[in-house]
Write a protein that binds this ligand. Structure first.
Ligand SMILES: Cc1ncc(C[n+]2csc(CCOP(=O)(O)OP(=O)(O)O)c2C)c(N)n1
Length: 381
């Protein structure tokens, strides 16, 4: 009988900026002061946008919102490593990544207001994906397209730790590996999938090792370290652009609620939450920038002031745009061609909005459909 070890693996963990603001220059990316300040500004902008958005939701001015508080470094560090023309494929908590990609705040708010305009593809950024993990497949498709076209570009996709329990994410990593797709998978392991802790999600010790089964590289990074995340993503993108996909596990913590419909106090302790205070990505980076004399109190105050003004303007813009919304249009963008059922629902909705009457099942159907032909136009084309 033969018994031999046929596979072995290890997972690397990278950190450039530690909890006390010290930087390991061997791991840190080469950025000038302006670039470092921009990372800082983006993280603070995102934190403040989240705070304002939650307040707006509480006043009934916004629908459900998923704050990314605590995850700013994981998102800003990775999104700024992606070239502007490369595709970013987000999940539903990527406010900071959208800001880093230059998306205006009013568009981010429009999405949370239920406006179709907020879900439009603006630049090479997909709209938020609500089905957990499904967007990984789209990214693998884009990445495969880049391989076929012979283009040295990559797509970057975000998902959470919970999403790695979904078949879609594994399938995407597997197909990416098999087809040399140009894609970087970024898992923001924020320790919780709503109320399910990371430990109950998988017996795997790291999420990064899930790459092993797909035959691609997996690496863990301190996701509360904007510099380490930026450097790891830069390297992963270089590799992906040559047809070697990478899975990055960014270790972070969701410091706020899952969404505005959630109360984390029901399932986790205050002690756990405050335990992450010292590891907050913004505080840590601020300490570093101050120690390097890149940031001082005055400059920080100026940045905060500019952020307040920008967000106030953008909220006004979002509300102004909201007035122009025709709610019945929500039925128009589900499929390229609305199905008879959607047309019926739209007619019913419009009737209810108008005179309170409910539409008949036939309303909204074409003559042919009423006669029983062409049952589902637009499908299967
Ligand atoms: C396919 C699918 N199943 C379930 C849900 C409900 N759901 C929304 S968010 C979520 C948890 C996601 O956790 P994770 O992937 O860790 O991301 P996080 O919310 O922590 O950023 C679940 C189960 C969904 N939206 N889609």
């Amino acid at each position: 009988m033969t018994r031999e070890r046929v596979a072995e693996f290890s997972v690397e963990y990278v950190q450039a900026l530690d909890e006390s603001g010290e930087v390991d220059s061997a791991e840190a990316p080469d950025l000038d002061d302006e670039e470092l300040l921009e990372l800082y500004r983006l993280m603070r902008l995102s934190r403040r946008m989240d705070e304002r958005a939650v307040a707006l939701q509480r006043r009934g001015e916004l629908g459900t919102y998923a704050p990314g508080v605590g995850q700013e470094a994981a998102q800003v560090g990775s999104a700024t490593a992606l070239a502007p023309e490369e595709w970013m494929v987000p999940s539903f908590r990527e406010g900071a990544a959208f800001l880093a990609r230059g998306a205006p705040i009013h568009r981010i708010l429009w999405y949370a207001m239920g406006m179709e305009e907020g879900a439009e593809v603006a630049g090479p950024n997909f709209p938020p994906s609500i089905p957990v993990g499904s967007q990984a497949l789209h990214a693998a498709g884009i990445g495969w397209g880049k391989e076929i076209a012979g283009e040295e570009e990559a797509a970057l996709v975000y998902f959470g730790d919970g999403a790695t329990s979904e078949g879609d994410v594994y399938e995407a990593m597997n197909v990416a590996g098999a087809l040399d797709a140009h894609v970087v998978f970024v898992c923001q392991n924020n320790q919780w999938a709503i109320s399910t802790p990371r430990e109950s999600q998988t017996r795997a010790e790291t999420i990064a090792q899930k790459a092993v089964a797909a035959g691609i590289e997996g690496v863990q990074v301190d996701g509360n370290d904007v510099l380490g995340t930026r450097a790891v993503t830069r390297d992963a993108l270089e590799s992906a652009r040559q047809g070697d996909p990478v899975l990055i596990e960014a270790l972070t913590y969701r410091r706020s609620m899952h969404t505005t419909s959630d109360d984390p106090r029901v399932y986790r302790t205050e002690e756990e939450e405050t335990g992450w205070d010292a590891r907050d990505p913004i505080v840590r980076f601020e300490q570093y920038l101050e120690a390097e004399s890149i940031l001082d109190e005055e400059r920080a105050a100026d940045i905060a002031e500019d952020i307040e003004a920008l967000i106030a303007d953008e909220i006004d813009r979002a509300k102004e745009g909201q007035k122009r919304v025709v709610p019945a249009e929500m039925f128009d963008y589900v499929f390229a061609e609305p199905t008879p059922e959607l047309r019926r629902q739209k007619a019913e909705f419009e009737r209810e909005e108008g005179d309170g009457e409910v539409a008949t099942p036939e309303e909204g159907m074409s003559g042919e459909e009423r006669a029983g032909g062409g049952e589902v136009s637009g499908r299967g084309e």
